[in-house]
Design a binder for this molecule. Sequence first.
Ligand code: ADP
Ligand code: MG
Length: 320
Amino acid sequence: MIGEFDLIKKYFSGHDKGKNVELGIGDDCALMSFGRDESLAITTDTQNEGIHFFKGTDPYLLGYKSLLVNLSDLAAMGAQPRAFTLSLTLPDSNEEFLTKYARGLFELAKGEHVALIGGNTTKGPLSFTISAYGILRWGALERSNAKVGDGIYVTGTLGLPGLYVEAGYGRIPLDKSVLSSLCYKSMHIECRCAFARDLAERELSSCAIDISDGLVGDLMHILKLSGVGADLQLDKLPLPQELYDYVADPVERYKLAAWGGGDYELLFTVPSDLEEDAQEYFEECGDQVTRIGTITDSGQLRVMFNDKIFAPAMKSFEHF
Ligand code: ADP
Ligand code: MG
């Protein structure tokens, strides 16, 4: 069966050239420009019950996360979020559900000053599709801009959503109360828009992606589009305390962080001559940022663990 990315390439790419289209398919957002000194960043993402979240998940968290994943794509371009549309597919019009969903949605929307400007409402299996729009008055953080010698950085910690999914399917046995705390933390994710916008505006980076399918798979998108390789130091990945508490095997911890996915953290590169300035910005802004590797001219990704090559046969998430 054809994979997710081959499917997009074979059937839907190649039709993205047109008036005002600055950047088409292939990055976290498309870009359009209308003559002024700014671009419009556009993205869309769906969350389906049974695929992106477990049946019975707190609707408040669904509201928050359905917008967060879209704002995360705007962050991955360095865009300032402005507005979104909401397409809701609901099995019924349960008002308790809707009250909680709206509370989570608008908590994030208000915090990020984004307006809900339209949408669509239909009956069917529970699913949320949001399209989000942001502006760029500075250079975009494009997947194709990594250069040999750049440092590779990531915000926050990695692996907690991966742990939650494993535990949710019962593959890692955890108490109900632990599971519900993991659920909250893996869905109520910090928005990286302000951090990314400042990074782009200060010209400290021109290359980023958000981690949705797993660090390794998403880094591969950067490497392919930039025509470069990388050394990734697995042992440097920032892990949340929960991975130490609930995963005994250290290698398993790093596997969840590198291949687990659903982190919605920002993965970006910084040219070597800007790394000192970038470090100052990281300290000033207060967001946790970790250097996890280097862009190389090897043409491939080398995953290292304590300076040795680490090569388990693992694949990042794809829908098909
Ligand atoms: P992200 O994880 O950042 O949301 P995806 O991996 O979902 O990005 O998609 C990769 C690229 O393919 C994006 O540029 C996206 O807009 C594009 N894309 C995905 N599905 C389709 C589709 N059905 N038609 C056209 N473009 C698509
Ligand atoms: Mg993305």
